[in-house]
Write a protein that binds this ligand. Structure first.
Ligand code: ADP
Ligand code: ADP
Length: 233
């Protein structure tokens, strides 16, 4: 099954001089695929992730997530769709520092209206699964960057989203923590059949994915499939 379908996607930033950041982007992610996007600074990676994550809207083409077009939804419907279907992982973790680790992981579940006892159960389960049970009562400033990213991953997957979007998840981590976080994402991908789209600058990180899409000047110009030959666009 296709989880994400990006079709002739275009994004023009209006302004004195309009700028076309995305020219004609086409690709699909099947369920259980782990795909990286690489490209030089200014090539359109953030824009692409922002449009797919519905933070921003396209000026042409479409994005379908589980066959639904979030950009055509009204505000309330979109908010609920994002909470249910998407999981976000950021470079700077985006944890809330006034909350404990456990409360951070619980937050998306409570926003979704999951019953309290179910929230506690699922939070404990995901923490055990990701090996961060001991961190649950801690404050976010008491833990390391690598631990913070594990917590952020737990928060992103606790509601079992259809699609996980990760924006340079290892960008602020040293090589040991990078390895740990990537192993965790690989495990999630394999064992839970999670579908992950990740922007990265790190060739080692990209090499752990099934496919790498290379973007330049708002176009995908190359795709490399793991253990396969390169295919030119
Ligand atoms: P990347 O993430 O690959 O570094 P971006 O998607 O951030 O690239 O940017 C792609 C291009 O679009 C760049 O030339 C950038 O300056 C431009 N751009 C990004 N966001 C905006 C915006 N809000 N308004 C105008 N131009 C933008
Ligand atoms: P990165 O290279 O890490 O993706 P960027 O510096 O390209 O980061 O972009 C950071 C943020 O600034 C993004 O949200 C992007 O949309 C915005 N941005 C980038 N270029 C412009 C621009 N020319 N005008 C307005 N916003 C921009």
């Amino acid at each position: 099954t296709i989880v994400l379908s990006v079709n002739q996607l275009q994004k023009v930033y209006e302004g004195k001089v309009p700028y076309q950041a995305l020219k004609d982007i086409n690709f699909k992610l099947k369920k259980g695929e782990f795909v990286a996007i690489m490209g030089p600074s200014g090539s359109g990676k953030s824009t692409l992730l922002q449009v797919i994550s519905t933070i921003d809207s396209p000026t042409g083409g479409s994005v379908l997530i589980d066959g639904k077009n979030p950009h055509q939804m009204v505000k309330e419907e979109l908010a609920s769709f994002r909470r249910r279907e998407l999981g976000f992982i950021f470079q700077d973790f985006n944890l809330i520092h006034t909350l404990t680790v456990e409360e951070n992981i619980m937050l998306p579940l409570s926003l979704e209206g999951v019953p309290a006892n179910e929230i506690t159960k699922r939070t404990r389960e995901v923490a055990r699964y990701l090996g961060i049970e001991a961190l649950l009562p801690k404050r976010t400033f008491e833990i390391s960057g690598g631990q913070a990213q594990r917590v952020a991953i737990a928060r992103a997957v606790a509601h079992q989203p259809s699609l996980i979007l990760a924006d340079e998840p290892t960008g602020n981590l040293d090589s040991k923590a990078t390895k740990d976080v990537m192993n965790l994402l690989k495990t999630l991908n394999k064992e839970m059949d999670s579908t992950i789209l990740m922007v990265t600058h790190d060739a080692y990180v990209a090499s752990m994915c099934h496919r790498v899409l290379f973007i330049k000047d708002g176009r995908i110009y190359q795709e490399i499939v793991a253990g396969d030959h390169e295919s030119e666009f």
